[in-house]
Design a protein around this ligand. Structure first.
Ligand code: SAM
Length: 192
């Protein structure tokens, strides 16, 4: 797991565990092998729900969830996250406490199946409508490959333009590594 992903987990865990509500909702917008999905399922607790999206088969993630006893908390959609809003029940809109995007391609998978700037930005825009007041959205970006770099620039410029009266935006990346290490962008929606 990259350091950026670990940092995302740290922030999201602390946010979810501090919520008084027991019916927590979270979304993994890029399920892949399911590490983040299972992490979210653990954080939302027994009464919570996680919605997971990927355009690829999520068999491995689903088996992982089953093995760890979280299967009942997770609903998988084999669909692009650019359709995220239309897949979620209407009564969840504005009620999701945490949304994770871990962009790029699946490690050890097909590198041609990769998140793309245009669909990512559309999904991020829709995610804002799903996010609860006080909710957190994390985006791990991989600028070290061509599309990933283009996507990181697009995500960063999208996030920088969010209204400061409604959102706080954080951008973290390691500054003592060679090359272009992963970046974490975190958006929190102000309460009320
Ligand atoms: C870096 S991997 C995610 C890793 C994953 N979170 C994990 O824990 O294993 C990125 C994933 O995004 C998926 N993806 C690419 N385009 C997508 C899209 N439009 N909607 C949803 N998922 C997409 C890829 O299939 C890939 O599995």
């Amino acid at each position: 797991m990259t350091k950026a992903t670990q940092l995302a987990h740290l922030l999201i865990r602390s946010h979810l565990l501090s919520q008084p509500d027991s019916h927590l909702l979270a979304i993994d917008a890029t399920v892949g092998n399911g590490f983040d999905t299972v992490f979210l399922a653990e954080c939302v607790g027994a009464k919570g729900t996680v919605y997971g999206f990927d355009i690829q088969d999520m068999q491995e993630a689903s088996e992982k969830a089953m093995r760890q006893g979280f299967a009942e908390r997770i609903t998988f959609f084999q669909a692009g996250h650019e359709a995220i809003l239309s897949h979620l029940p209407h009564d969840t809109h504005g009620g999701v406490q945490a949304i994770m995007f871990n962009l790029g391609y699946l490690p050890r998978g097909d590198k041609n199946i990769v998140t793309m700037p245009q669909t990512t930005i559309s999904a991020l825009e829709q995610s804002l409508a799903l996010l609860a007041p006080g909710g957190i959205l994390s985006i791990t970006c991989y600028p070290g490959h061509t599309v990933g770099n283009e996507e990181t620039v697009a995500v960063s410029s999208w996030a920088s333009a969010l209204p400061k009266e409604e959102y706080r935006v954080l951008r973290c990346h390691c500054i003592n590594q060679n090359g272009m290490p992963p970046e974490l962008i975190v958006v929190t929606k102000f309460d009320s």
